[in-house]
Ligand binder design. Structure first.
Ligand code: ZN
Length: 237
């Protein structure tokens, strides 16, 4: 495995690290973004931990490429705010249109370079989707026409089997949101794209665990199999 650390929006005040991890074998390319909204710390914690574990050799995969941007909006994250303007409304709304923020423009350039077949955009939201239609907490969101809806349903089914609390169960939401990363991934790159939303009302450790589990389920189905690497016993002597 090879991991490169690169800089997004390098020449701007918004610069932030991103990582490209490649397995030995060619395979699917998946882009994972977190921190498009700076206050959604559960998703940022999950993406950060994923790249750290890959870097430390605790996790590995043989096939495919992961492009991970763990903290897109550093300044909003520093202040634990959503960020102004809302970055997830600044992506191009159609082919030929440009992004309206240096960060969304830089993400589009990275997507252009690596051409991910899947984009997982990690977020957090209020409330519980299983309590009311108006809440997005504990949901996966895909575009109406997107083939990703089928896999999202399958993953929700798997997740919910292990969740005993009715309130915490996940639901699928189908939404167009022009200007969002998901919409741009689908319309500009014909990628399959899913927005992951955990609920802010849950403890941080649990939100991070859900985010991690969801990412692992998707990667597994897409064909990037993550393996835990256990320290050899003799290395501990
Ligand atoms: Zn968000």
């Amino acid at each position: 495995m090879r991991i490169e650390k690169l800089t997004l929006a390098r020449k701007t005040k918004f610069k932030t690290a991103y990582y490209v991890a490649r397995g030995e074998q060619h395979g699917p390319v998946v882009m994972i973004t977190a921190g498009i909204h700076g206050n959604e710390v559960g998703s940022i914690a999950a993406a950060t931990s994923l790249i750290h574990r890959l870097q430390r050799g605790q996790l590995r995969f043989d096939t495919g490429t992961l492009v991970i941007i763990p903290i897109v909006n550093q300044s909003a994250y520093g202040l634990r705010i959503r960020g102004l303007p809302d970055l997830n409304r600044t992506f191009p709304k159609a082919k030929g249109q440009s992004a309206r923020h240096p960060l969304s423009a830089a993400i589009i350039r990275v997507a252009n370079r690596y051409r991910p077949s899947w984009v997982l955009d990690l977020h957090e939201a209020n409330g519980f989707s299983n309590v009311s239609r108006k809440y997005l907490g504990q949901s996966l969101i895909t575009n109406h026409w997107s083939a990703s809806a089928t896999l999202s349903r399958k993953i929700i089914h798997k997740l919910n089997r292990d969740i005993s609390s009715k309130k915490r169960k996940f639901n699928l939401r189908l939404r167009h949101l022009p200007g969002s990363a998901r919409f741009a991934a689908v319309t500009l790159f014909k990628a399959k794209a899913v927005t992951v939303e955990t609920s802010w009302e849950l403890p941080l450790s649990l939100r991070k665990a859900y985010q991690t589990k969801i990412v692992r389920h998707f990667l597994d189905h897409i064909g990037i199999k993550l393996h835990e690497v256990h320290a050899r016993k003799d290395a501990l002597v």
